[in-house]
Design a protein around this ligand. Structure first.
Ligand code: PEP
Length: 244
């Protein structure tokens, strides 16, 4: 039985006061008893969130990390640093980073660095609208996984995030999402049989309070990676309840 998980990706949003209000509201409204709950603020706010969320069971994720462990890499953040300030997770390969030029190989190298620092990666994959319309969605997603699967480890999570559904209000139907999650699990069963059943597969792409239950009811959807709706405490709490 896979434990459900809901992760909030706050992207490059917020300020000290906004984050403080949000975490206090989440601490009052979210229960991490029946579901893993993770939030991922921008790097500068990680210590603030860690301090405010202490004792709530809400976990912390970085939004990215370097493939390097330390050194002359101005502007980069090492996986060890994230671990050092209390992160358990790191989101890697988000489509917004892939669109800015991050390659499958770079995502894979970052995942290796993350695991060796003791972080668990949330590995994002997903196709564009053009790729889906061309009938290439499964090939694109399994191609992205190809770069990651050899080093996949116990505790890693995979987030299927169709690019056309991120921040657009357009959600994959539960059937579309399940179809791809089934493909991903079948791919893992072939390439990493020992991990296929236990690896949690999250859906991301305009998950909202009113569509979360139907998505999470699908067999291979173990929770969600939530962008916009994770910035509203009531909406995020409702999504967590739907997964719990
Ligand atoms: C995301 O940023 O990972 C995401 C899924 O965003 P949204 O929920 O806003 O589509």
């Amino acid at each position: 039985m896979r434990r459900s998980v809901v992760a909030g990706n706050w992207k490059m949003h917020g300020s000290s006061s906004m984050i403080e209000d949000l975490v206090k509201a989440l601490a009052d409204s979210v229960s991490a008893d029946a579901c893993d709950v993770i939030v991922s603020p921008s790097f500068p706010y990680l210590p603030l969130v860690q301090q405010l969320a202490a004792g709530t069971g809400i976990g912390l994720a970085g939004q990215n990390c370097s493939a390097h462990s330390q050194g002359a890499h101005t502007g980069e953040v090492a996986a060890d640093m994230l671990r050092d300030i209390g992160c358990d997770w790191v989101i890697l390969g988000h489509s917004e980073r892939r669109q800015a030029g991050e390659t499958d190989q770079e995502v894979a190298a970052k995942a290796v660095a993350a695991r060796s620092a003791g972080l668990k990666p949330i590995l994002c994959v997903g196709e564009t609208l053009e790729q889906r319309q061309a009938g290439d969605a499964v090939a694109i997603v399994t191609g992205q996984l190809e770069a990651l699967v050899a080093d996949l480890a116990d505790g890693d999570m995979i987030a299927y995030e169709p690019v056309w559904a991120i921040g657009t209000g357009e959600t994959a139907t539960p059937e579309q999402a399940q179809e791809m999650h089934g493909e991903i699990r079948a791919f893992l069963a072939e390439r990493q049989p020992a991990l296929a059943e236990a690896t949690r597969l999250l859906y991301g792409g305009s998950v909202k309070a009113d569509n979360a239950s139907a998505l999470f009811a699908e067999e291979d959807i173990d929770g969600g990676l939530v962008g916009g709706a994770s910035l509203k405490a009531d909406d995020f709490a409702a999504i967590v309840r739907a997964a719990s």
